[in-house]
Design a protein around this ligand. Structure first.
Ligand SMILES: Cc1ncc(C[n+]2csc(CCOP(=O)(O)OP(=O)(O)O)c2C)c(N)n1
Length: 623
């Protein structure tokens, strides 16, 4: 029984509560978050860190009239709990359930959908300008983490915010963490601002200077508070922001609800942009998450007592095999460098970073920079491998085209989480990469059927003289044996896995379901040869044209969007060779808003599992 939480149907109810009740409510919210996420999985540490901050925001502001934008949005659980979605909370991240990110379709309190980092400041500025043009007077508040402040877009926005001096409130949620420990010069600067030691040192220095000033110095020291204020104003804080034209307030404890409400109320009266620097603790209120905020950043279901995951991966994940491969390749070739954009653990590169710190770069949430940086290394004779999630490489399309590909620089892209991604919903689906990569000049694109082929592909990619992308799915591998010696696969070389009359040409994660489906269909009189395509580009043209000549039926299968995807590439080849009489079907993901949920559910919906493939192929032959 949640005594206080049960009374909160909307932020209005919150305003009936007084100081101590708010702290009690924070406790009840934390318990609900921990209980729920232990069952559904989710972004635990970040949400536990912003409970008080969110309470204070909804207390001080008047949402949905006032607009609150959550950068990335993974920290929106307390916001959802306070804005009428307590009853839906149990369906967090489930198929047809409540999104783990802000979602305009879900609630009027979610004013802007997020998922990818560093977008909130730009959107907030746009909304502020629109408010003024409409002669309205609500507040616009952007909540951004220190990790997301490593992204270039945030600084592009600050550049314009400081210039326009638009009324706008930025809440900087500073916890020294991105997913892993935050990196970079800006991160150092922010930690300098909050560091007590520097503050005390400078305060002592000022006092000793004052002591040397006859008559006025000593009395001034006695007015302790005044000195502190003066020191703070003169020596620290927020100089960078102030210089850019944004008023700086802070640092403020992000867990003291009373102070936060006071500061937020004051911020409403500023006529220009103001940044409030709140210091929070990731994982607060749950010991395992506080101790290991990184592991609980995006947690799978866990045992609340021990914090241990309920299901342990028995088989290595694709990311882990990629990480082990990089270690071996790094050992063999000292030109190999590894780059991640704030995801050393997620990509499996952490071990490479520990073993070869001088050849490992975490650039922060800065995908465009990561790619451009790799171009610089590659053009200078190094062998950079950029490990990035498929959805986040979308950010760097121009760098891929304008820099990597036009100059034909041999950089390797390891595209993790390619295809359908569980739980996080539409913003995180890795279904566009084939489309945005395959038309780029010189770019080689491949996808392994299992984790063993992944290691050979990464090795092969490093041997090619062109930019190369290897796309592979999230999660555990198939449990196949890993060859000890790496092989080089020739560009375009496919693999025939099953003989048959008509061609079922499958890519990456679709190869094994295609094989299983073909074996089943054989018994029903449909004869399919199954070929592991391996490459989206270049295609194994000879093999495809042989089937076109001999059988006249070609079916492609990919875990990606079909419009402009792998199937389209095969179709284009057939058209180019005047093979207009081929019966052709491309199986993949249709163009629509992608649902959220477990991979199995989504694959079932799109008929990409073995059963769905059988159905689609049978229907095709019936026609
Ligand atoms: C463009 C982009 N790259 C990477 C990510 C993955 N990601 C999600 S949250 C996160 C860390 C964000 O750190 P911060 O903004 O400080 O929030 P915190 O989790 O510390 O509260 C990262 C890297 C993302 N969402 N968007």
């Amino acid at each position: 029984m949640n005594q206080l939480l049960d009374r909160i149907q909307s932020p209005k109810d919150l305003k009936e509560l007084k100081g101590r009740d708010l702290s009690k409510l924070a406790k009840e919210m934390r318990k609900l978050i921990i209980d729920t996420v232990s069952k559904t999985g989710g972004h635990l540490s970040s949400n536990l860190g912003v409970v008080e901050l969110t309470l204070a925001l909804h207390y001080a502001f008047d949402a949905p009239r006032d607009k609150i934008i959550w950068d990335v949005g993974h920290q929106c659980y307390p916001h959802k709990i306070l804005t009428g979605r307590q009853n839906m909370f149990g369906s967090l991240r489930q198929y047809n359930g409540m999104s783990g990110f802000p979602c305009r379709r879900e609630s009027e309190y979610d004013v802007y959908d997020t998922g990818h980092a560093s977008t909130a400041l730009s959107a907030a500025l746009g909304m502020s300008i629109a408010r003024d043009k409409k002669k309205d007077d609500y507040n616009v508040v952007a909540v951004v983490g220190d990790g997301s402040l490593t992204g270039g877009i945030a600084w592009e926005a600050l550049n314009q915010i400081g210039h326009l001096k638009e009324k706008l409130i930025i809440v900087l949620n500073y916890n020294e963490m991105s997913i892993s420990h935050n990196v970079g010069a800006m991160s150092k600067y922010l930690s300098y601002i909050v560091s007590e030691q520097h503050y005390l040192k400078i305060k002592d220095l000022v006092k000793s200077i004052l002591r040397t000033i006859p008559a006025v110095g000593k009395p001034m020291i006695k007015v302790g508070g005044a000195v502190e204020e003066a020191v703070k104003k003169t020596f620290f804080p927020g100089l960078v922001f102030e210089e850019l034209g944004v008023k700086y307030v802070g640092p403020v404890s992000g867990h003291n609800i009373g102070s936060l409400i006071e500061v937020f109320n004051r911020a409403k009266s500023y006529s220009g942009p103001v940044l409030i620097h709140c210091v929070t603790q990731k994982g607060r209120g749950y010991a395992p998450a506080k101790k290991n905020p990184e592991r609980f950043h995006s947690a799978s279901p866990f045992d609340i007592g021990t914090g241990e995951p309920l299901v342990k991966n028995q088989r290595p994940t694709f990311s882990q095999v990629f990480g082990q491969t990089m270690l071996k390749l790094g050992e063999k070739n000292e030109k190999v460098m590894a780059i991640t954009a704030a995801m050393p653990d997620g990509t499996g590169l952490a071990d490479f970073g520990n073993r070869f710190p001088e050849r490992f770069f975490d650039v922060g949430i800065a995908e465009q920079h990561a790619v451009e940086f790799a171009a610089g290394l590659g053009v200078s004779g190094y062998k950079p491998v950029v490990a990035i999630y498929s959805t986040f490489l979308q950010r760097a399309y121009d760098q891929l085209y304008h820099d990597i590909c036009l100059m034909d620089i041999p950089v390797v892209f390891a595209l993790d989480r390619a295809g359908i991604v569980p739980d996080d919903g539409p913003t995180h689906q890795g279904v566009n990469d084939i489309v945005y990569l395959r038309h780029l000049p010189y770019m080689i694109v491949m996808a392994p059927k299992d984790e063993n082929e992944l290691q050979h592909m990464i090795h092969s990619a490093l041997s090619y003289a062109h930019p190369t992308a290897v796309r592979f799915p999230k999660g555990k591998g198939l449990g196949v044996r890993l060859d000890r010696k790496f092989k080089v696969i020739r560009p375009g070389e496919s693999e025939l896995l099953k003989e048959g009359q008509n061609l079922l040409l499958a890519l990456g994660s679709m190869v094994h379901p295609a094989l299983a489906a073909a074996e089943k269909l054989e018994k029903e009189g449909i004869s399919l040869a199954v070929v592991n395509a391996r490459f989206v580009k270049p295609l194994d043209e000879k093999m495809i044209l042989r089937f076109a000549r001999n059988s006249g039926v070609i079916i492609t299968a990919e875990e990606g969007i079909t419009a402009g995807g792998f199937g389209s590439a095969v179709r284009e080849l057939l058209d180019r060779k005047n093979k207009f009489d081929i019966r052709f079907k491309s199986i993949g993901i249709p163009l629509e808003i992608y649902p959220m949920g477990k991979v199995e559910h989504i694959k079932k919906k799109f008929m990409l599992d073995e059963e769905g493939l059988c159905k689609q192929i049978k229907a095709f032959f019936k026609e």
